[in-house]
Ligand binder design. Structure first.
Ligand SMILES: [Zn+2]
Ligand SMILES: [Zn+2]
Length: 126
């Protein structure tokens, strides 16, 4: 049942996901840069130090697991290396890594919210 319309739909969905990913990456980059200015480049869990090329492995974790909550003073951020970060999330299985909006999240920015809403509608439309 692979008619062209289905193919188009899939293509469109792929594009939307790519857009959302790009938007996520852009946002993440901006708060990551800020977090890197605020904190020493050390993993808060294992204490590993980062610099230069290694710095890619240092990521921003959200203490309340709400990645829309980005106070500029960094109070919701923690720098974790990718390994510890992974660990942290496999323990809690929260929504931070998932693509959908967090249920009950009221603090999201309008632009992001729209992107997510569009994606959700598309994914539901099967
Ligand atoms: Zn670590
Ligand atoms: Zn995290």
């Amino acid at each position: 049942m692979a008619d062209t319309r289905n193919g188009e739909k899939r293509e469109k969905r792929k594009q939307t996901i790519a857009e959302v990913r790009r938007e996520q990456a852009r946002r993440e980059k901006s708060y990551r840069e800020r977090a890197l200015k605020l904190f020493p480049w050390v993993c808060a869990r294992c204490g590993r130090e980062f610099s230069g090329k290694n710095l890619r492995l240092l990521t921003v974790h959200h203490k309340d697991h709400d990645h829309e909550n980005n106070p500029l003073d960094g109070s919701n951020w923690e720098l974790l290396c990718v390994y510890c970060h992974d660990n942290e999330h496999s323990r809690y299985l929260d929504a931070e890594w998932s693509e959908g909006p967090t249920p009950g999240d009221k603090k999201k920015q309008p632009s992001t919210y729209k992107a997510f809403a569009g994606l959700e509608a598309l994914l539901k439309d099967k």
